[in-house]
Design a protein around this ligand. Structure first.
Ligand SMILES: [Zn+2]
Length: 423
């Protein structure tokens, strides 16, 4: 029904209009237009008008799947949408999500994260701050690519042809006369194409072109996340096609926040007096918001508190974020004045010493004690040497090991050999 009469001219502009590109747009422009619109209309990004978004997303994907395929595009230009869709060898239109994932490389981590084919990909590393990972960003990447240029300096892959001498094999069979009636068949690299299998047509040359590409970094992307951009890599003469460009995202270390999965961790230093009497601070979040933190409970060493859903965004999930953990680090004064001590003791109703008649033991820091004749008390050398032992970090593997500067004078802490009065 579509091939009968005149080409239906009214039906072959819709896809271009949908993507907002000219009818003579090159593949890169079409891809870029699709990427922008797909990010905008992805159903996950439009939870409030999912139905409209799904419809629009499907339309964009259909348009892209036709216009990105040179054969289908030709059919579409001549005969319109229905002919182009039918010309795809049955099977109907591809799943919009498949197209999206292919372009954005979202389905990484499942073992299929690598580039699709054998052409060595062009790899670019992009460094981003944690703020940029949090909010998401469009990054402009400059890539140097190998390309075929024509006489006028324009890029034209058609300037590369299969080598006429070797037919694309890159090598030739030659016969060598060894003696009377004796020949040997040998394989040599093709001189014309130097083994590449392709040669440049007259007037064409191989060169590099710097291209600026826009890369969409979705909010919550991970450190080392790879964005694969199909066909944006170097020209490969063997397969006469373009390889992929792989953008690897690198996270710069942040002064305040650390990332663990989708969660964020802040190590918050707290003065011991504030830990006892009340602590407050304002933490500037990665998107600039200020989080007011007020703690009334007594902050204990290694204490962790969680602010729900203030962690990193989760890609493909608009609703839930990770959590924010506040890991408190108590700071003790190195010394107190006698007057301060007296006041504190008074405030807390602590009695004066009842043992003025005895000589106190000398307490040695075991880590600074060189005459270690005994095994480490923590290994069980002294029974009950450290009451309760050291807290072993945070549950679930928080950073932070042995706390330094524990309050002095723990009962029974003194290693053996200490000279002191016995009762
Ligand atoms: Zn050749």
């Amino acid at each position: 029904m579509f091939f009968g009469g005149q080409p239906n001219k009214s039906d072959n502009t819709k896809f271009y209009t949908l993507l907002g590109v000219q009818q003579d747009a090159d593949p890169a422009t079409i891809k870029k237009a699709y990427r922008k619109l797909a990010m905008k209309w992805h159903p996950d990004k439009n939870p409030d008008n999912k139905e409209d978004a799904e419809k629009k997303f499907k339309e964009i994907s259909d348009a892209y799947s036709i216009l990105s395929d040179p054969e289908k595009r030709k059919v579409y230009d001549q005969y319109g949408e229905d002919a182009a869709k039918e010309g795809g060898g049955g099977g109907g239109m591809p799943n919009p999500n498949d197209i999206f994932e292919n372009i954005f490389g979202m389905n990484f981590g499942g073992g299929e994260g690598g580039p699709r084919h054998n052409i060595r990909p062009l790899v670019e590393v992009v460094e981003l701050t944690l703020e940029e990972f949090y909010t998401g960003k469009t990054v402009e990447v400059e890539v140097k690519k190998e390309k075929v240029f024509n006489k006028r300096g324009r890029v034209d892959p058609k300037g590369m042809t299969v080598c006429p001498d070797c037919g694309g094999k890159g090598k030739r069979q030659v016969l060598r006369q060894l003696g009377p009636g004796m020949v040997q068949q040998m394989q040599i690299a093709c001189e014309k194409c130097q083994g590449s299998g392709h040669s440049l047509k007259p007037g064409f040359r191989l060169g590099t072109e710097t291209q600026k590409l826009e890369v969409e970094v979705p909010p919550g992307s991970k450190h080392e996340h790879q964005i694969i951009m199909e066909g944006q890599g170097n020209y490969d003469s063997k397969s006469d096609s373009y390889g992929d460009l792989v953008i690897i995202l690198q996270e710069k270390p942040h002064d305040v926040f650390k990332r663990r999965g989708h969660d964020l961790i802040v190590h918050q230093k707290v003065d011991i007096m504030e830990a006892l009497t009340g602590f407050e601070t304002v933490i500037k979040h990665l998107d600039g918001r200020e989080l007011y933190l007020k703690v009334d409970e007594i902050i204990k060493p290694e204490m962790v508190r969680q602010i729900r859903y203030e962690g990193m965004p989760i890609p493909d999930n608009n609703i839930i974020k990770g959590h924010l953990f506040i890991a408190f680090e108590l700071e003790f004064p190195t010394s107190l004045k006698t007057s301060q001590k007296t006041k504190i003791r008074e405030l807390f109703g602590l009695a004066d010493s009842k043992h003025d008649d005895l000589t106190p033991c000398i307490l040695v820091d075991p880590e600074e004690d060189n005459q270690d004749s005994d095994p480490d008390p923590r290994m069980g050398g002294i029974p009950g040497g450290f009451p309760g032992g050291f807290p072993g970090g945070f549950p679930g593997g928080f950073p932070g090991g042995m706390p330094r500067g524990m309050p002095g004078g723990m009962p029974g802490e003194g290693p053996e050999g200490v000279q002191c009065a016995q009762q």
